[in-house]
Design a protein around this ligand. Structure first.
Ligand code: 1BN
Ligand code: ZN
Length: 324
């Protein structure tokens, strides 16, 4: 009898201990969940009522992988053509515009092509999210997983989120895949950013530029060790808004630990008065050694990094919707 009671007591004690352990684990996991995380729960007192959509990190990674597997994507290459076909096939339902032009480069005239997918909104004004899909012309074996690949894949995953039979509840969002971002010989004002210079000029002439409320550029956004720079060539208030979005999602530790003045596809738009923010991680490998090297390969990237940048971009879009 005594033996039976003792073993029942031990069983009860065991259940109690298990209960305590499970409660402790639960509160620990709650602690590790960022403020709004990927659930987008509202914080008390915050003005926003609608949740920003979230990108699917695995899809962003899969698109990036597919593009990188086309091989080098420099102007005139087979990989460049395959990437253009890939973009066409994925964006055919998204009011896709192709902005084809020819520009003169240190290696002669090249046909180039920007892709623009338009997601109409109920509110006045346009928010542009951009990246580039070309790779280095001067390094014919360079596959640019992070540099060229990550922005192409992330923008495709963002398109998946924006696609809807209805107009989005907010401003129009236009996604732009730039061609000819990389220099043909050596980076200079005239040998670089061919696609963005062409489109900024065009949108200045036709009046589109004055309707753009914010231009968000993603470049080199897939690094496993994600550290987005605070770019000093970007518009300060828009950088602040990006940081607010990152903070509200609990991702601020990946943002703005360093300041850097970056030359990139946002500058032609900044020069014509568009508010711009370049989201770039210019610390790729120790001392940025993987940048423009044949080490820029898929194994250095993570879906999580793409997801974080994608979610911060979409949250910034929501904040821009609310900014009058
Ligand atoms: C970013 C990725 N860039 C080129 N590939 C722009 C850049 C050019 C940034 C020169 C720093 C220096
Ligand atoms: Zn580059």
């Amino acid at each position: 009898m005594i033996g039976y009671k003792t073993s029942a007591n031990f069983r009860q004690l065991g259940i109690f201990v298990l209960l305590l352990i499970s409660m402790a684990c639960k509160s620990q996991s709650q602690l590790q969940t960022p403020a709004t995380s990927r659930l987008d729960v509202k914080e008390p007192g915050a003005p926003e009522t609608k949740a920003a959509p979230q990108v699917n990190p695995e899809k962003a990674m899969q698109y990036t992988r597919q593009v990188v597997e086309f091989g080098p994507r420099y102007l005139g290459s087979a990989g460049h053509k395959k990437t253009e076909e890939f973009l066409r096939s994925h964006l055919k339902l998204d009011n896709l515009e192709e902005d084809a032009f020819t520009d003169s480069t240190p290696a002669g005239n090249f046909p180039m092509r920007n892709f623009i997918a338009k997601f109409p909104g109920t509110e006045e004004g346009i928010i542009v999210i951009a990246g580039h899909y070309d790779t280095l012309y001067s390094k014919k074996n360079f596959v640019g997983a992070n540099d060229g690949g990550s922005s192409t894949g992330l923008l495709l995953a963002i398109a998946d989120q924006l696609r809807s039979p209805q107009k989005r509840d907010g401003r129009s969002v236009w996604l732009v895949w730039f061609d000819g971002e990389e220099a043909i010989k050596e980076w200079s004002d005239t040998d670089s950013t061919y696609g963005s210079r062409h489109l900024a000029e065009k949108w200045k002439k036709d009046g589109t530029a004055s309707r753009i409320k914010g231009f968000l550029l993603a470049d080199m956004v897939g690094d496993k060790d994600l550290n987005i720079d605070r770019d000093q060539n970007s518009t300060p208030w828009l950088e602040d808004l990006v940081y607010k979005a990152a903070t509200e999602l609990g991702y601020q530790s990946h943002f703005f630990g360093r300041a850097n003045a970056v030359t990139d596809d946002h500058q032609p738009f900044a020069r014509i008065g568009v508010p711009v923010a370049d989201l770039i991680d210019f610390d790729y490998g120790y001392g940025n050694v993987y940048w423009h090297s044949n080490e820029d390969t898929l194994d250095k990237l993570s879906p999580q990094s793409l997801g974080i940048v994608g979610d911060v971009i979409l949250k910034t879009v929501r904040l821009l919707d609310l900014r009058k």
